[in-house]
Design a protein around this ligand. Structure first.
Ligand code: CO8
Length: 258
């Protein structure tokens, strides 16, 4: 499929989706969101893809939802089209691991998109923010919920109420990103992480993703039960037999996604 607002590249089992609206700092218009979701769903279905990276440009991962596209909408318009509701739901159904590789601005919907990925690797130039309050709105694709769970109430309130940006070092200290690397090393680091994931069993990686995500949806007791049941179910896979046999035989495991 020919895309106009993203570039999709697939090498060694890694799908790299690059947001590509340079004139608007990768602002997320509906066309981009729909193309992104289509590419994600294709990668999720594709047998050869084992991990996905979403990235932007050096200057901007994404500077938010496209303000020009939203500006003239009425309350009834956004309510009737459930603006960003179906896109968020489709994103949540992707089962393969997704890494956000963030350089430059990740603001508003851009910060929310990065947080919807499974983890974020940031370049030293990354800036995260939820500045929607400056536009007379609030976050609309999970910012008030995910940022608060990731960095805590104090910093989340500060960012949502003042609109201030968080740099990469603060984002790492606060638990928003998993690693910070020099800008030139960003894609190398993200590909390295994706390659590590690609070596594992896709069944087990999907279970790990599902179980970690459950931590945000349920109580500790239910989450522990969910995890234990998934852990038990891993013993039905050939990959569990292979992983443990390889350990005992002091060799690399050859997982077959079975
Ligand atoms: N929407 C549309 N166009 C944008 C956006 C945006 N979010 N951000 C930047 N652009 C455009 C600019 O209008 C400009 O276009 P042009 O050259 O035609 O004038 C071009 O990108 C370059 O931008 P700047 O000239 O402003 O570049 P600067 O380096 O001076 O500034 C900033 C960079 C600080 C990032 C600045 O562009 C900015 O403040 N952008 C808006 C950031 C923002 O407020 N984001 C939140 C948007 S609202 C939102 O995300 C709601 C979330 C709801 C859910 C989202 C689901 C997807």
């Amino acid at each position: 499929m020919a895309y106009e607002t993203i570039i999709v590249d697939q090498v060694d089992g890694i799908a790299v989706i690059t947001l590509n609206r340079p004139d608007a700092l990768n602002a997320l218009n509906l066309q981009l969101l729909r193309e992104l979701l289509q590419a994600l769903e294709e990668a999720d279905r594709g047998e050869k893809v084992r991990a996905i990276i979403i990235t932007g440009s050096e200057k901007a991962f994404a500077a938010g939802a496209d303000i020009t596209e939203m500006a003239d909408k009425s309350f009834v318009d956004v309510l009737e089209e459930d603006l960003f509701g179906s896109e968020a739901a489709r994103f949540a159904r992707i089962r393969k691991p997704i890494i956000a590789a963030v350089s430059g601005y990740a603001l508003g919907g851009g910060c929310e998109l990065a947080m919807m990925c499974d983890f974020i690797i940031a370049s030293e130039t990354a800036k995260f923010g939820q500045p929607e309050i400056n536009l007379g709105v609030i976050a609309g694709m999970g910012g008030t919920q995910r940022l608060t769970r990731f960095v805590g109430k104090a910093k989340s309130m500060d960012m949502h109420l003042t609109g201030r940006f968080m740099d990469a070092a603060e984002a790492e200290r606060s638990g928003l990103v998993s690693r910070v690397v020099p800008a030139k090393k960003l894609m190398e680091e993200a590909r390295g992480a994706a390659m590590k994931i690609a070596e594992k069993s896709t069944i087990v990686a999907a279970a790990a993703k599902e179980s970690v995500n459950r931590a945000y949806e349920t109580t500790m007791a239910e989450g522990l039960l969910f995890e234990r049941r998934l852990f038990h179910s891993m013993f039905a896979t050939e990959d569990q037999k292979e992983g443990m046999a390889a350990f005992r035989e002091k060799r690399e495991a050859q997982f077959r996604d079975r």
